[in-house]
Design a protein around this ligand. Structure first.
Ligand code: SER
Length: 310
């Protein structure tokens, strides 16, 4: 059995489908606080259950009942929402990952857990951000991800827990909306381009961030979990990227494909978060250790997004 937490989120919505294709619907248990009827996860055919990752008893029972071979622990509160609810962000992100790792130590399952570019902060080199560099974030979300990375490494080294992680950049996808992140302007721009041919962007035109199209985000999770453990040199979390663009450059890509598309900018509190994150990430360690190689560039992503949203 493969157990997925936070399955109803942006990443889970596509990852569950890929896991079902690999392992069969009966062998994937997709959990979230609530699985919405008609959602991608509900339609995937996977088994579903309601699960709160801060509920130690419920998580322990789920592990005991289903004896998972691997847990994809995706439940988490993202950066923007985390600044509105730092208490909740701490509780969900820290308690969740600690509990999953502790259960992995006892029950022996493998773990995939996403970290983020949010582990970086204003002191980190913004261009070609190296794998090993300053992780001194200014958001609660970033703090929980740094702590999670440290915990992951600790459990791997001390208890031999096979936990694997990537620092996802912003993820762009069409099947489910993103929830509460700072990089959400990118997928939102596509949704609004199709809906109303205009978008007011919550970060300024020159905000440049690392990004990735969902098929590559899913591929990264599966490739890393497939990798030979002896090749993995990083047990905190791997830098990962596909491309970087500024909000203005993305708007140009959209305009080239959606004639008449209009963009306006009204930066809000998320600008301050974006300003502390890298613009371009160096993911050469992931390329060397487990042959990471994204398939989609910006143009191919934009074509595919708009085709699906048509
Ligand atoms: N996409 C995430 C966010 O914006 C970054 O991990 O919060």
């Amino acid at each position: 059995m493969i157990l997925v937490t936070g399955a109803g989120g942006q990443l889970g919505s596509d990852l569950v489908e890929a896991l079902v294709a690999r392992h069969g619907a009966d062998n994937v248990l997709a959990t979230d606080l609530r699985i919405e009827p008609g959602s991608p996860v509900a339609r995937s055919g996977a088994r579903t259950a309601s699960l709160d990752v801060t509920d130690a008893e419920a998580l322990t029972t789920a592990v005991r009942e289903h004896a998972p071979e691997a847990v994809y622990h995706l439940a988490g509160i993202l950066s923007a929402r985390g600044e509105q609810r730092p208490d909740l962000c701490w509780e969900v992100n820290i308690q969740g990952v600690r509990l999953v790792l502790e259960l992995a130590r006892i029950a022996g399952f493998r773990v995939f857990w996403p970290s983020s570019i949010a582990v970086f902060g204003p002191d980190t080199p913004r261009y070609d951000t190296p794998q090993a560099t300053v992780t001194h974030p200014s958001t609660m979300y970033g703090i929980t991800k740094v702590a999670g990375e440290m915990l992951a490494e600790y459990y791997a080294r001390r208890w031999n827990v096979d936990v694997r992680s990537v620092r996802y950049p912003g993820i762009i996808s069409w099947s489910a909306p993103p929830g509460g992140g700072t990089t959400d302007f990118a997928p939102e721009m596509f949704f609004e381009a199709r809906r109303s041919s205009k978008y007011t962007c919550f970060v300024g035109p020159h905000t440049r961030l690392p990004m990735m199209y969902m098929p590559d985000a899913v591929k990264a999770a599966l490739d890393l979990m497939d990798a030979d453990a002896s090749r993995l040199t990083v047990r905190t979390s791997y830098n990962l990227t596909a491309f970087s663009f500024s909000a203005e450059e993305l708007a140009r890509e959209v305009k080239a494909r959606v004639p008449g598309f209009e963009i306006a900018y009204a930066p809000d509190y998320r600008q301050a978060i974006a300003d502390t994150w890298p613009a371009v990430i160096d993911d050469s360690q992931a390329r060397a250790d487990w042959d990471w190689n994204p398939a989609f560039d910006v143009g191919a992503m934009a074509d595919d997004m708009l085709a699906h949203l048509a």
